[in-house]
Design a protein around this ligand. Structure first.
Ligand SMILES: [Zn+2]
Length: 243
């Protein structure tokens, strides 16, 4: 492996911003905070951004971690990240959103779902509240089935399947998302309880069961259109979502 010996001061800049979060016998390397000004409905709001990387190699020798980056081919995989607002570590009351990546909704602004709206709206809720964090979970595409399978699920939906039946028709459970790593990152950033922005009581239960300190839930609806009405109804009828 090629060794890149960073200049001592460059390494120290990075070392200050990398944290080893242990998860069983694995490591989560959390890097940040990094200032990230975000355009929210025409206003610039400054968030603190962190990304993380899971690894079987557990070390606090961060030069070693850096040495492995260029050969790890990380662009071929998805990495998750979190946007933090306000005094997240010590602030009394914090709102969090566990947002599942949605390539079509978040990036293209697709109206087939309400993800793009929820992403922006939850950032706005967090900023207005004063303290909080949005976790952007990159391995959650299509409730955990991946982008390619989601394209197929959409074809089934165009042929009369609902969103739950489509995932199941392709051999997936309706929802295969896992929040374990995000919860470890949450615990590394804040130990006090949080309020979860979600319409899905199951998500609240799952997070509590996985050890997150969640005190309650606040809903998020809106952006209902002719394109996503059926999808949103299915979430209510079949997946237990409620306002
Ligand atoms: Zn979506």
């Amino acid at each position: 492996m090629e060794q890149i010996q960073l200049k001592a001061n460059a390494l120290s800049f990075l070392e200050d911003k990398i944290k080893l979060v242990k998860k069983g016998d694995e490591a989560i390397y959390l890097v940040g905070p990094i200032k990230l000004p975000i355009n929210l409905y025409g206003e610039t709001v400054e968030f603190k951004w962190y990304s993380w990387l899971k690894s079987e190699n557990v070390t606090e020798d961060f030069q070693q971690v850096i040495d492995q980056l260029s050969s790890a081919n990380l662009a071929e995989y998805q990495q998750s990240s979190v946007l933090v607002y306000g005094d997240f570590e010590y602030g009394e009351d914090a709102l969090i959103r566990m947002h599942s990546i949605c390539h079509t909704g978040d990036i293209f602004g697709s109206k087939r779902c309400d993800c793009g709206f929820q992403l922006k709206q939850s950032l706005k809720m967090i900023a207005e509240h004063g303290t909080g964090a949005l976790f952007y979970l990159a391995n959650h595409e299509g409730r955990g089935i991946g982008l390619f399978s989601k394209a197929m699920a959409y074809i089934l939906q165009e042929n009369g399947y609902d969103t739950v039946e489509a995932n199941e028709g392709l051999g997936f459970p309706d929802d295969s998302r896992n929040y374990d790593d995000a919860i470890e990152v949450l615990k590394a950033l804040r130990t006090k309880p949080v309020t979860l922005i979600t319409n899905n009581p199951k998500k609240l239960k799952a997070l509590k069961a996985a050890g997150a300190s969640v005190s309650g839930r606040t809903p998020l609806w809106g952006d209902i259109s002719e394109y996503n009405e059926k999808y949103l109804q299915t979430k209510v009828k079949k997946s237990g979502h409620m306002a």
